[in-house]
Design a protein around this ligand. Structure first.
Ligand SMILES: Cc1cc2nc3c(=O)[nH]c(=O)nc-3n(C[C@H](O)[C@H](O)[C@H](O)COP(=O)(O)O)c2cc1C
Ligand code: SF4
Ligand code: SF4
Length: 281
């Protein structure tokens, strides 16, 4: 981590990104905050080892967390990492990337969790990001995030900067209690494993045995020698598939479930693709 400059606003931005959408937003925000003369440190918690470490929030004026939405909440591994933090009343912000479905519980439950760990949540944002399951044949917001999302990310930085500079203590308070309890959401989390009947596994003969899939796996689920994921450890982030240089890793074909997904949410591809990124303060 970089050294701290006492004369500038110091912010740390821990983020998790399986397939790179959240990292793209984190990079845009880092660039914008740097232009605002903020000392901004990113802390990528995607790898297993980085999540073994905690952060000392006392060193910073604020924290910006960045997560993808998994089954309507921040990923379980990220929630478990937050549980190890002591917020000490620190002001924080959260941004999510998501594939166009069921984002409201994520905002509500992350506020609950952060408050339980003594953080003050001053604002959240949601950005569209190509759905991870597009790797299996879905077609949700395929070209996002795009420039329109990056512009909202820059606006979010202006808000963060102004709130921290003006010593604004006002927490974001506009999220209604979701229709799903946390126990119900735990159930949905298990359901996605039924939809994906084949965990990432190798197909064909072209594997170069580079070991990258095992090295990058956030939960140590992938065995690059056997070319299969451990079902008890895999969180279906598809990081291994996204990064395999030979493109020989696959999940089962999900294209048939795409229309079912749209019907379940009573929506259309056009409606999903036209969603816009949003800020909540
Ligand atoms: C296991 C899993 C569950 C997901 N659940 C949701 C969801 O409930 N709603 C949604 O809109 N997108 C969902 N997504 C899609 C991701 O939120 C989206 O693609 C995100 O931008 C991925 O970020 P990343 O590229 O930084 O990993 C899910 C993705 C995964 C892997
Ligand atoms: S990343 Fe791809 S090429 Fe490399 S070991 Fe894994 S499956 Fe083989
Ligand atoms: S094996 Fe599972 S947890 Fe590991 S990178 Fe692949 S999809 Fe993610």
């Amino acid at each position: 981590m970089d050294s701290i400059d006492e004369n500038r606003l110091n912010i740390i931005m821990p983020f998790f990104s399986g397939t790179g959408n959240t990292e793209k937003i984190a990079n845009i925000m880092k660039q914008k905050l740097t232009e605002l003369n903020v000392n901004i440190e990113t802390y990528n918690i995607t790898s297993y080892d980085t999540r073994l470490e905690s952060i000392d929030v006392d060193k910073y004026d604020g924290v910006i967390f960045g997560f993808p939405i998994y089954s309507m909440r921040a990923p379980r591994v990220c929630r478990q990492w937050i549980e190890k933090l002591d917020g000490r009343g620190k002001k924080c912000f959260v941004f999510f990337t998501y594939g166009g479905f069921g984002k409201q519980p994520a905002h509500y439950y992350i506020k609950k969790l952060l408050n339980e760990h003594d953080f003050k949540l001053l604002g959240t944002a949601e950005f569209l990001g190509a759905h991870t399951f597009n790797y299996g044949g879905w077609q949700a917001v395929e070209s996002r995030p795009n420039q329109s999302d990056y512009t909202v990310a820059e606006d979010f930085c202006d808000i963060i900067y102004n709130k921290l500079m003006s010593n604004n203590e006002c927490e974001v308070n506009q999220f209604d209690k979701p229709m799903f309890s946390e126990e119900q959401l735990d159930g949905f989390e298990k359901y996605r494993f039924k939809a994906v009947s084949q965990l990432p596994s190798r197909e064909g003969e072209s594997c170069s045995m580079c070991g990258l899939c095992e090295e990058l796996c956030p939960t140590k689920a992938m065995d690059s020698v056997n070319g299969v994921a451990d079902k008890d450890k895999c969180i279906l982030c598809l990081r291994c598939i996204a990064n395999c240089p030979e493109q020989v890793l696959r999940i089962n074909d999900l294209s048939k479930t795409w229309n079912v997904k749209l019907q379940m949410h009573n929506t259309t591809k056009e409606e999903i693709d036209s969603l816009e990124s949003r800020i909540f303060v």
